[in-house]
Unconditional design. Sequence first.
Length: 335
Amino acid sequence: MQRSTRSGRRTAWVLAACLMTASLVLVACGGDDSSSGSSGSSGSGGGKNYKLTLVAGVKGDQFYITMNCGAQAEAKKLGATVDFQGPDQFDASLQTPIVNAVAAKNPDAMLIAPTDTKAMFAPIKQVADGGAKIVLVDTTLENADMAVSQIASDNEGGGRAAAQALSKLIGGSGKVFVSNVKPGISTTDLRAKGFQEEAKKLGLEFVGQEYNQDQPDKAAAIMKAQLAKTPDLKGVFATNLFGAEGSAAGLRESGNKDVKIVSFDAGPKQVEDLKAGTIQALVAQKPADIGAQGVQQAVAALNGDSTKPKIATGSVIITKDNLAQNQDAVYKSTC
C-alpha cells in the first residue's frame, strides 16, 4: 500500500513536469511566431530569412546570370533567399507582367534592372507600395525616389574608356560608329554619351549610332549596312554583349578584317571573339559585385540599418594580351 502511494506520487510529479515543459515550449514557439512577421524565421547569425527577388533585364544574358551568381552567394552568407526572374528580351512590355507577379508574392525586397526609365516606374512602385524594399541594379528609373539604393557601373566613364581604347586601336584618327540597344535605357544611353564625347575630344570622327533592339541578328545587319554606307569606317563601339556579338558576326560575314570593335561586357561569346581577333577590347563590368551589393543594401534596409543611395562599381579593359590576368572579370553562363 505504501509502495503504491509512492508510485502514485511519483507519477503525479512526472505528469506535472511534463505539463510545465509543454507549456514552456508553447510559449517559446508562440514568441517566435509573433516576432517573425512577414520577414521569415530567424536565420544564421541572428539575421532573418528574408525573401528577395532579383528581376533581370534579360534572364538569359550572361551579365545578369553573373549578377545572380553574386546575389545568390551573398544571400547565402546573410541567411536570405533570392528568386531569379527576368524576361526573354530587354522589353518593358515583357518585364511588366513579371514584376506584377512579383508584387502578388509580396517579397521582402526586390532587386531589379528596369528595362525602361519611364515605363517600369508604375509596376515597380506597385511592389514598393506593397511594403517591399526596392534596390535598382544596373539600370535605373527617371524617378528613383522609391529605391533604397541604386547600384551600377560607371557607364559614362566606361564609354569614355571604350573611346580611348578604340582610338589607340585605330591609330588616333578615323570614323567610328556606335551600335546601341534602344533609347530609354539608362546604362547604354550613358555609355553612348561617354563614348561620343570622348571620341570627339580625341579627334575621332563620330558618324552616329543605330539601335539593334538587343538582337544579335539585327546588330549584324546594321554592321553590314554601315560598312556599305561608310566603307572607310575604322571602329565600332557596341554598348552591350548582344550588340558586340552581332557586330562581330556582321564583320565576319562581310569579310572585313580592318574595322576594330570595342564592346561593353565580357560574355563567353565575346571572349571567344576576342581570342579570335574579331573583337579587340572589352569593357568588363562587375555584375557579380552589383548583385552582391544589391543583396547587402536590401538586407540593410530590411534590418533598419542605413543604406547607400548610390553605389558605382568599376570596370576593366580586357584585351587579348591581358585576358589571362583578368579571368575573374569574364561573365558566367551558369553559377
